[in-house]
Ligand binder design. Sequence first.
Ligand SMILES: N[C@@H](CCC(=O)N[C@@H](CS)C(=O)NCC(=O)O)C(=O)O
Length: 286
Amino acid sequence: MSSSALTREQSSKAFDGHQYVYNHESSTVGCKMKFGVYVPAKAEKERVPLLIFLSGLTCTEQNFITKSGVQRLASEYGFIVANPDTSPRGCKIEGDSDKWDFGEGAGYYIDATESKWSKNYQMFSYINEEFYELIVKNFNVNPNQIGIFGHSMGGHGALISFFKRPGQYKSVSAFAPICNASKSDWGINAYTKFFGQDKNLWKQYDATELVASYHGPKPHAPVLIDQGSDDNFKDKQLFPERFIDACKTASFPIELREQAGYDHSYYFIMTFLEDHFKYHKKEFEH
Ligand SMILES: N[C@@H](CCC(=O)N[C@@H](CS)C(=O)NCC(=O)O)C(=O)O
């Protein structure tokens, strides 16, 4: 990967730090990519922890930074919080914007192998290599205190990044993640296009499959998963119980908290966001 120059699109003071939006030309996905990054005042004086947040279907870099209230927490905890976009954009691939659950805004954090998609839909490598290195290089990050978390498709992205890159992230957590992507309707539709019929490839981007063969460092406290009980996607697309069962079989520490009455929205995320900050902070202390 080559690290390209950052162009600042937005700078807004929030609490003691700044919410920024940048864009850069990505060599990994072959287009301009935007991301949000909150930088607390603490980062002016010392290296601070980094949390990477991955958003879900239909989101840009804006949803998390405008809806979750993350800035107050990032300022208080003294964390840099960086959130990339959810897919390449403007690549004009036939079929990339016909449906909200595939293509633009819905890149599934995978590296596609089918030739139609493989030039641009390399979001796994983008997040875990180019974007990761760009944030560490350009901001005052403590490289030993980096965690990843996300929502829905982004929760899936966070979990598969943790499992496929042992040791790269100190901690992982998720809100309503897609837990078994290769067996959910969203994932079956997307993976058929991205990978063709090779089901072994599908499994390489599925948290429930990956935990079974994970041999990397385990978190100290059980990985935190929050799931709203009134989330309409829970039983049709997310399948948290399948992931919990696979974690138990693999002796991988996990805590699923079913939160009564909450749906799939950013209201749910904002309610429990501080618990995730606390979780990652504790892991960073080890
Ligand atoms: N567009 C879909 C909903 C998609 C959806 O719920 N996306 C979630 C992530 S999977 C999200 O964060 N949406 C953006 C938002 O709520 O700001 C629908 O109308 O049913």
